[in-house]
Design a protein around this ligand. Sequence first.
Ligand code: ADP
Ligand code: MG
Length: 654
Amino acid sequence: MAKISNSSRIINALAKYDIHTFRDVIFHLPRRYLDMSYTDEFKMNTNEKVTLKLKVTSAPVLIKPQKVAIIRFTAVSELGANYKIVAYNQRYILNAVKVGNIITVYGTINLRFLELTVIKLFPRVLSTEEQFSPLYSLPSEVGNHEFIKIVQKALKMESVTSRVPRPLADKNGLISLNDALKRVHKPRDLNDVFDGLRALKYEEGLDYFIKLLLIKRANSELINSKKTIVDLKAANEFVKRLPFKLTKDQLTAVREIGYDMNKETLMYRLLQGDVGSGKTVVSFVALYINYLRGAQGVLLAPTESLAKQHYETLLTFFKDFGLRIELLIGALAPSVKTKLKEDIQQGEVDIIVGTHALFSEDVLYPKLELVVIDEQHKFGVNQRNMLLNKGEKADLLLLSATPIPRTLANVIYGDMDISTIESFPHTGRQVNTIITSSAPKNVIPLIEKTLAEGRQVYIIAPKISFGDKTNVLTLYERFSARYPHLVGVLHGQLTSEEKDAALLNFKSGVTPILVSTTVVEVGIDVKSAGLMIIYEPHSFGLSSLHQLRGRIGRDGKSATLCLVSDEEDNYKLEEFAREDNGFKIAELDLTLRGPGELTGEKQSGMPGFMYINVIKDLKLITKIKEDALEVINNPTNPHYFPLLKLINESLTKE
Ligand code: ADP
Ligand code: MG
C-alpha cells in the first residue's frame, strides 16, 4: 500500500487520528472552512470579517514597540476608499508591505473610522483556491497546509464508488461520490461544499435507513407466542424495595415496558431521558420482569467501566432476590470466562452484564428474552442486530441519553415505540456552569474549595488538543505537581486493571482529583463529585458537554462545571451554560452548527451520523427514508438488488 507521507512524524501523528491510508485521508473531511473570498465593499457591516484587495498608500510604521507591537499604514481600495490598517504583533508586515504594492487583507472592519484590523495579510492577490480553504482537525504535529497536500495526492490516488442506485442518484440530482469528495476538500465556494455534502449525506442516510427498516421489518415479523405472561403486580415487589420512590415518568415507562413484554410481538422500545433522569433503574425493572418469566436477560454497555458499574448496582438492588447476575467483559481471565460461558449456556445465569464481548460467537444463551442496550447511540445498527441474533425471541429495550424531540425521533428511529423520562428525580441537584480563561487563578480556588468540602474533582482533557498543553498526560503532570498523591489519571490507553484502580481511588476519595479523557462521559456514577473542569470545551459537541455535566452534583448538592476557554467567541458555550434541558441542548447543538461545519465524530449525539445534521437536514432525511422504503419494497429490482445484498451481508458482520 502506498504510504501517505514520507515523514514518519506525520505518519505517526495521523495514526493517532486513525488515518492510515489514502482512503482514510479522503474521508477525513474539513472541520470548517476559512472564507477569504473578496468582499463587496457595499455590503460590509461593522465588526464583520472582510477580505479586501488594497493598494498601499503609506509605509507601515511601528507605533509602540513595547509589549504589543502595533503597526499602522494606509491603503486604498478599488472603489477609492482610504482604509487605516492596524496590525498587532505582526512584525513581518514592516518588511513585506511597500508603498504601491497590491495586498490582500483579511480582517475585522470598523466602518465609522474605516479601520481594518488585520487577521491575515498577504502581499499579493489571492488565487481562487486560497480564497476558500478547508480547515481540518488534526493532531498538533501536523500543519493544515501539510495535510492539504496529502489530501491533494489522495484525491488523485484514490477512487471511491457510490452505493446509491443510479435511478435514485439521478432522481435526487446527486453528484458522484468522487466529485463530492473533491468539492468538499477543494471547494470554490460554499455551494460546492453543499453539493458535495449532499451526496455524502444521502449515501450515509440511505445505508442507515435501509438497515433500520430491514431490522424493523424482521423484528415486527417475529413473535414469541410462548412468552410467559407476568403479573405486573409482582414486579412491584422490586420497585417497592428500591431505596427511593420512582418518579411519575419512570413509573409510566415501567408500565409501558411491562405491557410490551406481555405481548406476543417482540418489544422494540427506546427509553430516552436526560443524563441522570434515572433510566438505568427502569431497565432493571424490565430485567426483573424478564426474570419472573423464567428467562435470561442481558445488559449491554459501551465501556467496561460502565458495565462494571451496572454490575455493582445490579448486585446491590437485587441483593435479596436470589438472582444470579454475572459480568462478562473481554478483560476476564480466560479460565473464568470459559466457566462463565458454560454456566450461561446451561441457563444458570439470570442477568448478564457486559460489553460487546456479550455477542462473541461462542456465547450461547438458551433462553434469552430481553436485551437492554445502554447508551445505544454508541453502537451501530449492525452491532445491535448482532446481539438480537443471539436471541431470536428477545424483547429489545434501548436506552438513550441524547434525547431528541418525538417528531424527530419518529423519523430517525423508524416507528420504534418510545418512552420518555422528562422530569428528574427530586434530588436537589443543581449545576452551575461557568466559563473562564485558563489562568490558574480562575481554576485553583474552585479546586481547593471542592477538596475542602471532601468532594471530588474531574479534570477533562479535550477531544482534539490544539497543542500539547492540554493533553491528558500533560494536565496530569501539571496537577500532580501541585497536588502530589491526590491526582489519578484515566484514558483509553490504560489496561483494564489500571482503569479500575483509577476509578476506585477516585470514588473512595484516595485520589480526589481525576484527570481524564471523555471515557467518563458515559454513565459513570460517582456521587460526591462536585466540580468538573473541562479544557478546550470547543472541541466537544454540546451534547457531549451535557453528558459530562451530568457526572457532577449527584449527591444532590450544588456543583460547578468550569469550561476553560481562551477563545474570543464563546457564544455557543454561553448558550449552553444557560440551558440545562438535554432535549433543548441536542437541538441547540445542531442549530448553532454553521454551514459545512461537521462533527467529525460518529457519536456526536445523534444516532451514528457523521455528515447528516438531523435538525437542519430533516427534509433531506425524510426524502431518503422514502427512497429507502422504495428500495426494500422492490428487492428484485436490478438496480436495488446489489445494494440490498451488500447491506444484508454487512448486517451479519460486526
Ligand atoms: P441515567 O438516566 O443518566 O442513566 P441513572 O439511571 O444513572 O441516570 O440515575 C442517576 C442517579 O439517580 C442514580 O444514582 C440513581 O440511583 C438515581 N435515581 C434514579 N431514579 C431515582 C429516583 N426516582 N429518586 C432518586 N434517585 C434516583
Ligand atoms: Mg445511564
